[in-house]
Design a protein around this ligand. Structure first.
Ligand SMILES: Cc1ncc(COP(=O)(O)O)c(C=O)c1O
Length: 373
């Protein structure tokens, strides 16, 4: 059987990782400024994480959501404390798209409305409702067409108000910082007004923190820079350092009803053990503070470099936009300088390293990067 060929691949076989470095099958070392797409949060093969996962799988990898799972409660308690959302509830699933799917559903169950507002350049996943609120038409199959979605410009509060004042919008979904769209952070003032008009019109505010959350921006959630509290928050990627897991954080205004949401694999013992270890490591190693500090350093140094049109982002979620397509620079970085980075579209390089990236590693990246353009 062949693999279904949907990913353009680099001819590199990564077989090992340690901290912010990965190694291919030939033993070549690469600096990882990509984190496997913002997923590896506490660093590759962190010993505490490896121990937690190994011990748990040796004891019990999985049992269904029909029995008490104290690891889920421990994770919810620790996540509440770490994020400042102790009064919210947690629903666990397996991927970011699934988190958004459940968030949109929950909002609609709650207020009985059908329409959704999303933003231009947004990305929320590739499943049914999640892909329909994504502003990339070529990802939407005819079978996904059902949901009624209006895309408005980010930061255009009048356009949002115009839609919400019709009182038929179930939810507004917005990324804490747009990732795949090119690293665009919504203005704080816009976020505060958005919060207010969602409350005024009975619309559920969903914050997709799948890429921008879990400490990446220098705060637990990117929206916390604006000082607001959404009704629902979705998380995935960094939550379990690469083990597939995701969560929906749900405010007290929502009533849990048996059967409305559910999953076979979500919240399994193995994932919970890994996710608990991730939160403990983040606290012990002060990784959120590190993301803020190293991210500020990188952003200010990158802004000094001639040849980059714009540097955007917060913490360790950084976008560098160039006048020219970035394909060559990225190839040079990878194949000559041995540095993994990401892209957004054709003209933007994205940096999404593990939150444990050290100042020395950031400096090393800058040295290698400057050789590429
Ligand atoms: C902001 C955002 N939302 C949702 C998703 C979808 O997550 P997943 O690929 O785990 O379904 C992504 C993935 O890149 C994302 O960046």
């Amino acid at each position: 059987m062949n693999l279904f060929d949907v990913y353009p691949l680099f001819p590199i076989n990564i077989v090992e990782g340690k901290g912010c470095k990965v190694y291919d099958s030939e033993g070549t070392e690469y600096l990882d400024l990509y984190g496997g797409h913002a997923v590896v949060s506490v660093g590759h093969s962190h010993p505490k994480y490896v121990k937690a996962i190994s011990n748990q799988v040796a004891k019990l990898g999985f049992y269904s959501n029909s029995v008490i799972n104290t690891l889920q409660s421990e994770l919810a308690e620790k996540l509440g404390k770490a994020s400042g959302y102790e009064d919210y509830s947690l629903f666990l699933i397996n991927s970011g798209a699934e988190a958004n799917e459940n968030a949109l559903k929950l909002a609609s169950f709650h207020n009985g409305r059908k329409k959704v507002i999303s933003f231009k350049k947004s990305f929320h996943g590739r499943t049914s409702a999640a892909v329909k609120v994504t502003d990339i038409p070529k990802y939407i199959a005819p079978v996904n067409e059902g949901l009624e979605v209006t895309f408005v410009e980010m930061n255009d509060i009048d356009a949002v108000y115009n839609e919400l004042s019709k009182l038929d919008v179930s939810s507004v979904i917005i990324e804490g910082i747009q990732g795949i769209g090119g690293i665009y952070t919504p203005d704080n003032q816009f976020m505060q007004k958005l919060r207010a008009i969602c409350t005024e019109t009975g619309t559920v505010l969903i914050l997709d923190e799948i890429q921008s959350g879990y400490g990446r921006s220098g705060k637990f959630f990117a929206h916390q820079h604006a000082g607001i509290k959404p009704d629902i928050i979705t998380v995935a990627k960094g939550i379990c350092n690469g083990f597939p897991m995701a969560g929906v954080l749900i405010s007290q205004e929502f009533k849990a009803i048996y059967g409305q949401l559910g999953t076979t694999f979500g919240g399994n013992q193995l994932g919970c053990a890994g996710a608990i270890a991730v939160l403990e490591i983040m606290k012990e190693e002060q990784l959120i503070e590190n993301a803020g500090k190293v991210g500020d350093f990188l952003i200010s140094e990158l802004k000094k470099l001639p040849g980059i049109k714009e540097v955007r982002g917060l913490g360790l979620m950084i976008g560098m936009e160039f006048e020219q397509p970035v394909k060559e620079i990225r190839s040079e970085l990878l194949f000559e300088q041995k540095v993994f980075t990401g892209v957004a579209g054709t003209h933007i390089i994205r940096l999404l390293p593990p939150l444990s990236l050290s100042m020395e590693e950031a400096q090393e990246f800058l040295i290698r990067f400057k050789k590429c353009f």
